[in-house]
Design a protein around this ligand. Structure first.
Ligand SMILES: *[C@@H]1O[C@H](CO)[C@@H](O)[C@H](O)[C@H]1NC(C)=O
Ligand SMILES: *[C@@H]1O[C@H](CO)[C@@H](O)[C@H](O)[C@H]1NC(C)=O
Length: 434
């Protein structure tokens, strides 16, 4: 309301001024110049007349000081209706408060913004307050520039990077949308460990690559997007590789995380999180189709039952085997074969046993505690004892979607709960498919 009133007052005054000037004859450039303060005095705290110690008595058209992108005056003639006085003229030269409203905007990058203006600083919204200050939210951000700098300068064994698809997200959002595996209950965590038969002094190779040993059977890293469904993605990924390996390449399905997200709903919450033990139960008892048949469509906050309804069903055909009773959600794919696994088994947390399992039976699944710096992971330094793991944040993240982690130190508790599984592969499968 006060702003409206001010505008109206100025308009009236400027009309009056025009009349007065008509009487005086030709007008000077100065008189024609627009007033400086129609919308309030900018940079009210700035020092102009004071800095140049200039308060000129009477009219003096050269009594000027640079002011923002123009000039302002410090002579008494400036105190007219269309004022071109410097902001500190009234206070410094006349000793009175300025007659116009003081514009209380905020400055950013050399520009001024009105009260209420906003801008984002990474994950925080900043608002220009009446006191001329930017008031910013104080969330911890997923990408932290200072942390990247500190990690890359220090000797932490890995390099950090800024990911533009994480930029602007809060740490809380990262945790809510980018992870999504809930710790299994104690009964599952205490599952007996299956031990590999190993000689006590068995020497394992320094380097091993599953993709080299099983060419064409190891699937690339997946991308869960902003869906906290890592429980479904990692289970689908490990099952895909293992079914391919155990069928000796006769079947190489890339299994559907969406099938798990939408259909494995018992105690699971889709893109809001789930448990791997539930996912393995589903893979054994119900089975899933390929990703091509049932593509990934869920996004952020999509949780069952609010999220996508289940579009794939299967029925038993005897001896534990199942077949689909629905068409593929993807209308261009006809092959709706159901893939299943045997019960998952827990491995020992001994590094050598995990390594041996990996070399003999294929990729394993591990659950890992994630610390905030993990989101900024770019690549590991040249360690000798690392294990490569696939994440499900797409190929832009880390080392083509993979990350390397120190081996044998239970870094991030990755060795506490490691799981393997067998694909359900029959002789029939070995002959008929592919
Ligand atoms: C200057 O402006 C102020 C506020 O409008 C007014 O009170 C004062 O009389 C003016 N001074 C002169 C010299 O015109
Ligand atoms: C990170 O990337 C975003 C967008 O790509 C950019 O705007 C931002 O300035 C970058 N931040 C740092 C700390 O490098």
């Amino acid at each position: 309301l006060s702003k409206m009133k001010l505008l109206w007052t100025l308009l009236t005054l400027s009309l009056l001024a025009e009349e007065m000037l008509l009487v005086r004859g030709p007008r000077t450039r100065r008189e024609l110049a627009p007033g400086l303060h129609e919308r309030g005095i900018r940079d009210a705290g700035g020092s102009y007349c004071e800095r140049s110690d200039a308060c000129c008595p009477d009219r003096d058209d050269v009594c000027t000081v640079p002011y923002l992108d123009t000039i302002c005056y410090c002579d008494l003639f400036c105190n007219r209706t269309v004022s071109d006085c410097c902001p500190d003229f009234w206070e410094y030269c006349l000793g009175i408060p300025p007659p116009f409203a003081v514009h209380q905007g905020c400055v950013r990058g050399g520009n001024e913004y009105p009260v209420g203006a906003t801008h984002r600083e990474n994950c925080n919204l900043c608002t220009c307050t009446g006191s001329g200050q930017w008031d910013c939210e104080q969330h911890a951000c997923l990408i932290n520039g200072e942390m990247i700098y500190a990690i890359n300068r220090g000797n932490y064994g890995w390099r950090a990077s800024n990911y533009s698809h994480f930029w602007g997200m809060t740490l809380d959002e990262g945790i809510r949308y980018r992870l999504g595996t809930m710790k299994p209950p104690i009964t599952v965590m205490n599952m007996n460990e299956l031990h590999m038969s190993m000689d006590t002094n068995e020497v394992l190779p320094r380097y091993f690559s599953a993709a080299d040993k099983w060419p064409g059977m190891i699937h690339g890293p997946l991308d869960q997007g902003n869906c906290a469904g890592s429980w479904a993605f990692s289970t689908a990924a490990v099952a895909s590789d293992r079914i391919s390996i155990h069928s000796r390449g006769h079947m190489t399905p890339a299994l559907s995380p969406q099938n798990l997200l939408s259909c494995d709903t018992r105690n699971q919450r889709g893109c809001s999180g789930g448990r791997i033990d539930g996912a393995w139960w589903f893979l054994r008892r119900r089975g899933v189709v390929t990703d091509e048949c049932y593509p990934f469509t869920s996004q952020q906050q999509d949780s069952v039952p609010v999220g996508r309804p289940c579009m794939m069903h299967s029925r038993s055909t005897g001896r534990g085997k199942r077949q689909a009773t629905a068409h593929c959600p993807n209308p261009y794919t006809h092959s709706n074969e159901i893939y299943q696994s045997t019960p998952a088994y827990r491995l020992s947390s001994d590094e050598k046993e995990i390594m041996k399992e990996l070399m003999e039976n294929g990729p394993v699944q591990a659950i890992m505690e994630v610390h905030e710096d993990f989101f900024m992971y770019k690549r590991a330094a040249a360690f000798t004892t690392v294990c490569t793991a696939a994440n499900s944040w797409g190929k832009d993240w880390g080392e083509d979607g993979y990350f390397r982690i120190a081996r044998g130190t239970n870094e991030c508790e990755i060795e506490t709960f490691v799981v393997g599984v067998w694909g359900r592969v029959s002789m029939e499968d070995m002959h008929h498919r592919k």
